[in-house]
Write a protein that binds this ligand. Structure first.
Ligand SMILES: C[S@@+](CC[C@H](N)C(=O)[O-])C[C@H]1O[C@@H](n2cnc3c(N)ncnc32)[C@H](O)[C@@H]1O
Length: 201
């Protein structure tokens, strides 16, 4: 499904988030910046898609940046974008549930809007931690449900009704079914709860 929507993925992302996604990625990069000050540092962006977070990490830190994703068309777009911006980022094809990197290689790892797409959230978190150096920092960017009642209902309506409809218009009828199927769950807070229960935070 990501291969099908790759060409319009960036447009969809910026449109559906009201361009907020750029700000959220900058926040992630700023959370990791102090851990990535040395030129020797390495950071991995998992499920990197078209590379926007990898590029933000490249622009905001001194670390060597690696992006990985299992969808080749997404990676090709990411590599094209990076080369246009003369950003020396390595893009590696790989499954987030079995990352092609050795234990403890990275000073920082990130995943943006990717965990909710994995068949196992725990498996994804385990892999992020496996490739992270002891003392390194992992950042997960995900949606969660607002807790204020009126806003929560409006948010739910937007995500379960408006967003699949708008997404269908941008990427086409075929992808609309998939967007409905991956309807956004409460993965942000659920992820935090799971990580907390396992002593990962
Ligand atoms: C919603 S996009 C997010 C892309 C990017 N991180 C961003 O912030 O725009 C989800 C990405 O996760 C990737 N993905 C889903 N499951 C994966 C897996 N098991 N291993 C690697 N990548 C995966 C998809 O190919 C897609 O590029």
């Amino acid at each position: 499904m990501f291969a099908k929507i790759s060409a319009r993925y960036d447009l969809l992302n910026h449109l559906l988030s009201g361009n907020m996604d750029k700000r959220w990625r900058r926040l992630v990069a700023s959370e990791l910046r102090s851990d990535l000050e040395s030129g020797e540092a390495q950071v991995l962006d998992v499920a990197c898609g078209t590379g926007d977070l990898a590029l933000t990490l490249f622009e905001s830190t001194d670390a060597r940046v690696v992006g990985t994703d299992f969808c080749r068309p997404m990676l090709e777009l990411a590599a094209r974008k990076a080369s246009k911006l003369e950003a020396a980022i390595s893009f590696v094809e790989g499954d987030a549930l079995s990352l092609p990197f050795r234990d403890g290689l990275f000073d920082g790892v990130t995943i943006a809007f990717g965990l909710r797409n994995l068949s196992s959230t725990d498996g994804g978190l385990r892999e992020l931690l496996r490739v992270l150096k002891p003392g390194g920092k992992a950042a997960v960017l995900e949606f969660s449900k607002p807790i204020v009642p009126g806003f929560r209902a409006a948010f739910q309506f937007y995500f379960t009704t408006m967003l699949p409809w708008l997404g269908g218009i941008v990427v086409g009828r075929e992808a609309r079914t998939s967007i409905c199927l991956i309807r956004f769950q409460d993965s942000g807070s659920e992820t935090a709860r799971r990580a907390d229960a396992r002593g990962w935070v």
